[in-house]
Design a binder for this molecule. Structure first.
Ligand SMILES: *Cc1c(COP(=O)(O)O)cnc(C)c1O
Length: 470
């Protein structure tokens, strides 16, 4: 499989290349040259497979040329062996129509583990093959950092430097990062906001002095959801849920709590591959740039309002570019222009073909704090199911979507409620317990380095401790 950039001018790469590169060199995002297709009978044949076997079937076409099915199976077996539920992503029924797909049984209690546990092993596999070394630098407001650190802790060929805004992530989220004690893990508590930390990471990626350090043998990469391999891993659970609910004979709808548009884009990919998806509901909180874009074509940034669902508190959704590229006839030149003007003015209008194409599969909803709490209360009362704030936003959108009652609607449960105990307690009166497997989180000792919110100090810290590539 070859991958091309949404902005048309970066070289096409194979799966190994896009996994290690992350972002394309023209500023675009990599997408497969064409969508692999499964026939109805091929999908019917997937019913009853274990999660790992299903993952191998769904992902094999994407990794062709870079991994054999046996190598892929081995990586998936080890990645999904870390999950605490045998089904990896179990499906729970709430009422006649509503279902919840629990994606939070991985080591750090958020759906990001599904992709990052695999990505950590993919990095290791490809780096061993080329006898190389990689430095991962990222900024996190919580979930990505802990999932990425868990995925690469102790791996010899990878160093990870994770910046978080000091004092502005929850205790659970911070401890999930700082109690991982491995020599290749560096937690940096930065004075400033998440946006400040993120800006430093972006600058580091474009810093010629950084690139020249260690005699130019400094290979830096990202783990946010611009990395194609993450999206690919997420396509699998759309198949898993739909197959259990009667696909391919029956269509299924999904409601997805959305931030950077990675998770819901994986659902779009599943539909492109032949999975019968009735609707994808893009659920946003009051930070509703995607809802505005999908209802009126207006994609313009505002200021971020902090909410109880912090992973959805975003200004722009990076992966939306992948959707716009695919819907706009895959015209890289036009996309480079559209995104260039968006980056300059912080606003753009979707074209008619982008709007019509999106409307044929995607619906959106904007869910406020009161509606989120109401959905959390409903799930607790009706079905004894405790939801985290992100999932509750998805469920509210699912129940308001007025789909045909015969269509099952699956809300993706993106985090374990114990990651957000205060918000859950406010809405339901009950405080969720941390699962036993992470129960000693508050007894373990923490390690992190405090750094000022100054680029030079952070860059020097990273450069001094990073291992050069070979
Ligand atoms: C990251 C995250 C999201 C948003 O997912 P995207 O792929 O960025 O749209 C939603 N909920 C939780 C709990 C998350 O950690």
């Amino acid at each position: 499989m070859k991958y091309i950039s949404t902005r048309g001018s970066a070289p096409a790469l194979d799966f190994e290349g896009v996994t290690l590169a992350g972002l394309a060199s023209d500023g675009g995002l990599y997408v497969p040259e064409s969508w692999p297709q499964f026939s109805e009978s091929e999908i019917a044949d997937m019913a009853g497979l274990s999660y790992v076997e299903l993952a191998v079937r769904v992902m094999t076409p994407f990794v062709e040329g870079s991994l054999t099915p046996e190598e892929l199976r081995d990586l998936c077996t080890r990645a999904y062996g870390r999950f605490s539920h045998q089904a990896v992503t179990p499906l729970v029924q709430l009422d006649q129509q509503q279902w919840v797909l629990e994606l939070f049984h991985g080591p750090t209690l958020a759906f990001k583990d599904v992709a990052l546990q695999l990505l950590g092993r993919l990095f290791e596999h490809f780096l061993a093959k080329s006898d190389d070394h990689l430095t991962i630098v990222g900024a996190t407001s919580g979930d990505t950092g802990s999932a990425a650190i868990d995925a690469v802790a102790g791996r010899e060929r990878i160093d990870i430097f994770m910046l978080h805004p000091k004092g502005r992530v929850s205790d659970v989220q911070r401890r999930q990062m700082t109690t991982v004690r491995a020599p290749n893990v560096h937690n940096l508590a930065i004075d400033g906001s998440f946006d400040d930390a993120q800006a430093m990471v972006k600058r580091m990626f474009n810093d010629p002095a950084m690139a020249a350090s260690h005699g130019g043998r400094f290979r830096i990469s990202a783990v946010n959801s611009i990395n194609w391999a993450r999206l690919m891993a997420q396509v699998v659970y759309y198949f898993a849920a739909a197959l259990q609910l009667g696909a391919p004979a029956r269509k299924v709808a999904f409601s997805v709590p959305t931030g950077n548009f990675g998770d819901v884009f994986a659902g779009y990919v599943a539909a492109k591959m032949g999975l019968p998806v009735e609707r994808l509901i893009v659920a946003t909180n009051v930070n509703d740039i995607l809802h505005r874009a999908l209802t009126s074509g207006d994609y313009s940034t505002g200021t971020v309002t902090p909410t109880a669902a912090p992973s959805m508190d975003i200004q722009v959704s990076s992966n939306f570019e992948r959707l716009l590229f695919d819907l706009g006839g895959r015209d890289g030149v036009a996309m480079a222009q559209q995104m260039g003007s968006f980056e300059a003015s912080k606003a753009m209008q979707l074209t008619n073909s982008q709007r019509d194409g999106a409307a044929s599969l995607l619906t959106s909803a904007r869910v406020d704090q009161a509606q989120m709490a109401q959905a959390m209360g409903w799930a607790a009362e009706c079905c004894g199911q405790t939801l985290d704030p992100h999932t509750a936003i998805g469920l509210h959108a699912a129940r308001s979507a007025r789909l045909d009652p015969s269509t099952p609607v699956v809300t993706l449960a993106t985090a374990h409620p114990a990651k957000f105990p205060d918000a859950v307690e406010r809405a339901t009166g009950a405080r969720p317990d941390l699962p036993r497997r992470v129960g000693d989180l508050f007894e373990r000792s923490e390690a992190m380095v405090d750094l000022p919110g100054e680029y030079d100090a952070v860059a020097e810290f990273v450069s001094k401790r990073a291992t050069p590539s070979s």
